[in-house]
Design a protein around this ligand. Structure first.
Ligand code: ADP
Length: 244
């Protein structure tokens, strides 16, 4: 059985951080639509040119475009043992498309991270990302100039050090717009998932480590297994793929 996980929740809830770690620990790819789009904007590709202005306003990119991107990404061989989706689906149409894409891939676990709006605005205002590799850091937790050495991902980061910047869509007015869009378009979609046996909600106000533990427990309980079994599940799948 594949380990398919969808992370749900508002901007700033910690989905990206948790998705990254869960994916690494379970040997499955993290698919973040925000990262895919930001990378396209950064490299000034055709896709990047199409989505830049929409993202800067805090609005949603069109469903057809997003569904095409996710369909292609999930069709790659590394996603067959499972995946962690972050930032998708965000609308009812995207959720329906995901059901169709994953129809023959076993259960899809949906975990919502809940955080109150005011805390989200606070977090996002303090968020800094490495301009080069996209790693996240919290400017409130770390004094300017003393941000942690989080981004060793690219050659440029390693040679000249990270350049921490605020995301262009993290200004307070754009964050409020993103939250408005979230409550209007995305939250109702979560209702669509909430009646499923594989849906779980966790408290995002806990420390990152506590949220990580809650996420692992939620995913395991959604599949009706102990947490220790989750990891062996993807390892076994890996082995099967290598043997075939
Ligand atoms: P957030 O911090 O709001 O979770 P993301 O990094 O997931 O932000 O996404 C940044 C922006 O990229 C969104 O505000 C939106 O413009 C666009 N985007 C990302 N994923 C989607 C999606 N599934 N559908 C439409 N737009 C998307």
């Amino acid at each position: 059985m594949a380990l398919n996980l969808v992370m749900l929740g508002p901007p700033g809830a910690g989905k990206g951080t948790q998705a990254e770690r869960f994916a690494r620990e379970h040997g499955i790819p993290k698919v973040s639509t925000g990262d895919i789009l930001r990378e396209a904007v950064h490299s000034e590709s055709e896709l990047g040119r199409q989505v830049k202005a929409v993202m800067e306003r805090g609005e949603l990119v069109g469903d057809d475009l997003m569904i095409g991107i996710v369909r292609e990404r999930l069709s790659r061989p590394d996603a067959m043992a499972g995946f962690v989706l972050d930032g998708f689906p965000r609308t009812a149409a995207q959720a329906q498309a995901l059901d169709e894409i994953t129809a023959s891939r076993g259960p899809v676990i949906c975990v919502e991270i809940q955080v109150p709006d005011e805390e989200l605005v606070r977090r996002v205002r303090g968020r800094r990302v490495c301009d080069d590799c996209g790693a996240n850091a919290d400017a409130f937790e770390h004094k300017p100039g003393a941000l942690p050495d989080l981004c060793q991902n690219t050659e440029r980061c390693r040679s000249i050090g990270p350049s921490w910047v605020a995301r262009s869509d993290d200004s307070e007015s754009v964050v409020r717009e993103r939250l408005k869009v979230y409550w209007r378009d995305t939250r109702p979609m979560i209702e669509y998932y909430s009646s499923r046996p594989t849906f779980r909600s966790i408290d995002g106000l806990q420390t990152p480590e506590q949220v990580r533990e809650a996420l692992v427990s939620a995913a395991a309980s959604a599949l009706g297994m102990p947490a220790s079994q989750l990891q062996s599940m993807t390892k076994k799948l890996d082995g099967e793929a290598q043997a075939s």
